[in-house]
Ligand binder design. Structure first.
Ligand code: ADP
Length: 244
């Protein structure tokens, strides 16, 4: 694969808001090709960790991706280091087509080259992303008419064409139908096999079909780590999820 050294290494990460410790010293290692789920009850600190990685929360400690330290870097520099994220609400341009959204994400600088390749019939990153996220048939539709799930897939496609090598996806299946969730599961498996992917998820049920590793957070700390089956059998996890 292209990026063999694309592992995420978080050490001693702390995020404090006005004296409130939202992330209390987290260690997390995610290797390329290892799709990792970050789960935990509301307020556990999952989104704050993603914010810290992307330069949107005040972090101390160390966050390295591919050997590059991200703590202290502004968001645009983190993006340039190959880190991309989605939010719970997809942010696509509704009035532009699926293809135009991807072209814009691919960057104006690369546009001319992309158009040339397309005219010659050579598949480019945009075409590849359309296939990967299953929107090839919808390429000329305005993004505004897409179903909720399709918008989420388009947003993931936009990260792919930006060449994000670390993808941070915040509750990608929230609000999706069962069919959309299954499609998304397959999409995550495909992307996760190639890139470094961290998925924030609230719903344990969605994880059941995955062989991936899971990190369970609780009150800003790592409570448990292992396979889906292992963390589900961990009494500490059972207590946090069911014991209230
Ligand atoms: P999760 O994603 O696991 O539901 P969050 O990371 O959103 O949890 O939040 C962790 C804790 O940090 C919560 O108690 C939340 O209220 C607090 N928090 C998050 N962002 C901020 C902020 N910008 N200012 C103050 N407190 C925050």
């Amino acid at each position: 694969t292209r990026f063999r050294h694309d592992y995420l290494e978080i050490r001693g990460l702390r995020v404090v808001f006005d004296g409130f410790v939202a992330v209390a010293g987290v260690d997390l290692t995610v290797t390329q090709g290892d799709l990792r789920f970050l789960i935990g009850p509301n307020g556990a600190g999952k989104t704050t960790i993603v914010d810290a990685i992307t330069g949107l929360a005040p972090a101390t400690g160390s966050i390295r991706f591919g050997g590059v330290e991200l703590v202290g870097k502004a968001s645009h520099k983190v993006a340039r280091a190959g880190v991309g994220r989605t939010f719970q609400t997809a942010s696509v341009f509704d009035e532009l087509t699926v293809l135009q959204n991807l072209d814009i994400a691919a960057g104006a600088g690369r546009k001319a080259r992309v158009m040339l390749r397309r005219r010659k019939g050579i598949p480019d990153a945009v075409e590849a992303a359309l296939e990967t996220v299953g929107l090839a048939h919808a390429r000329d539709l305005p993004a505004g008419v897409l179903a909720h799930g399709q918008k989420q897939w388009l947003e993931i496609g936009m990260l792919l064409v930006q060449d994000a090598r670390l993808l941070l996806l915040d509750e990608p299946v929230a609000g999706m139908s069962q069919a959309e969730r299954e499609e998304t599961g397959q999409l995550l498996q495909r992307i996760g096999a190639q890139r470094t992917v961290v998925v924030v998820e609230h719903d344990m049920e969605f994880l059941r079909s995955f062989a991936s590793s899971v990190t369970v957070l609780h009150q800003g700390s790592v409570l448990s780590e292992g396979t889906v089956a292992q963390v589900q059998a961990d009494p500490k996890v059972v207590e946090v999820y069911l014991g209230r």
